[in-house]
Write a protein that binds this ligand. Sequence first.
Ligand SMILES: [Cu+2]
Length: 329
Amino acid sequence: MGQAFARMKFSILALMAAVLAVASPQMALAQDVAEAEVAAPADAAESAGGYDRLAPTEGKGMPTSAEDDMLKSMTFQDQYTQDGIYALGMHDYILMPVITVISIFVLGLLLYAGWRFRLAANPVPSKTTHNTLIEVIWTIVPVIILVVIAVPSITLLARQYETPPADAITIKAVGYQWYWGYEYPDHDVEVISNMLDESEALASGEPHQLAVDNRMVVPVGVPLRIQTTAADVIHAFAVPSLWFKQDAVPGRLNERMLVIDEPGVYYGQCSELCGALHGYMPIAVEAVPMEEFEAWVLSQNGTIPSAEEVAEVDADAAPADETAEAPAA
Ligand SMILES: [Cu+2]
């Protein structure tokens, strides 16, 4: 019953979005290119087995509340990108053990020194000021620890700056006060994404304050070129479960590659204080198989670039395609 209601509500929203899209001249232009009959309105496409709005999986791509799982609520979300898995592994298996051992060691040393050199046991204090061996050790050991941390750390940094290949799908996330816009220049699509209010979010079975009306729909398993910018003040596009955070600065275009491992809905939030409603401009990334993505593009009156067009882009930027493999990973 609730789901039927949610579906109806979505259909109305989708219809409104379709009407808005047709009203925009840019979209109208896209519409008369090629498959006009395939580009059915969103609600028709939904029932025709094209694009279906993906339902989120509980606990995946979203934070966990302390009541549900105290331990999980205190650490990172599960990761769904290779960079994220690498970074979380570094946190779990290198940084946390090193931090824990050093903290316990220093605390133990402090307690031992306090007890061993207490006044009652040392009426005549020691006048020792230097011990070459200890000084060499406490210089060399931290250097070794830092070098051990630096190797995976710099590797991670390099991985995060890997250039997307020439045929990567470009999505431009634009921050506005206080919502997000997603432009797909390869597909002539633009969506505006606003937060759902509490009743709408609950009706569609989504977490309140993270659910949005129009999600950023992307294909899974292929390189995405995520560009971020803003129209008014600095925002930041951040999705914790995809290990992705990038500032959206007016007049500047930041770019980073993103490859999502599996289909799902991944929630995030603006992560740069941007004004009164900063806390109410969530991000929802919906990763779906390529066919579903293309069905979604058509439902938004967009166009699918032909194989020749993609090849053309490839040829234009052939060297970039080669360097994508190269960085010191
Ligand atoms: Cu913001």
